[in-house]
Design a protein around this ligand. Structure first.
Ligand code: FES
Length: 153
């Protein structure tokens, strides 16, 4: 009985994986199943939250030192491609200086993921836009960081 259940579960798992492989690149599947940089960074130097036209939201948290992104993380209530995109965009931002990070585009995220199905390309845009918001927030408070304590998130 248990063996039969295990076998059916494995078959189901395999068929889900095969469906995913037909639609997504290996890199996207990897970032979706094992997202990097997931979660909040306490007291971030930059924070962005964007809700896309699909109704899904992403948040990005940045730690910046000497004009360079030293840590980045994300959260989303969105789909698998949005998780992969958040994971990828935060990986791409880490180690870059602010102006380099600001230039990371939807296209760059799509390239790094090995592409997304056309109907999911906007998920990469959500990630790129959220990163831009987080950088905008960093720049806004850069010289008056005490004001962060009074801002609403
Ligand atoms: Fe909304 Fe992917 S469908 S972010």
């Amino acid at each position: 009985m248990t063996q039969k259940f295990d076998d059916s579960f494995k078959e189901l798992e395999q068929s889900i994986m095969e469906d995913m492989k037909r639609a997504y690149s290996e890199k996207t599947i990897d970032h979706f199943l094992s997202p990097r940089n997931l979660g909040e960074i306490p007291a971030p130097d930059g924070f962005g939250r964007v809700t896309g036209p699909c109704g899904d939201t992403m948040e990005i948290y940045l730690k910046v030192k000497d004009g360079r992104v030293v840590n980045a993380s994300f959260w989303t209530d969105g789909c698998g491609p949005s998780i992969a995109s958040g994971s990828m965009v935060t990986e791409m931002a880490k180690g870059k200086n602010i102006s380099e990070a600001q230039r990371i585009s939807q296209h760059d995220v799509l390239d790094a993921l090995g592409g997304l199905p056309e109907e999911s390309e906007h998920c990469a845009l959500l990630a790129a836009n959220t990163l831009k918001e987080a950088i905008k927030d960093y720049l806004l408070y850069k010289n008056e960081s005490w004001k962060r304590a009074y801002r609403k998130r």
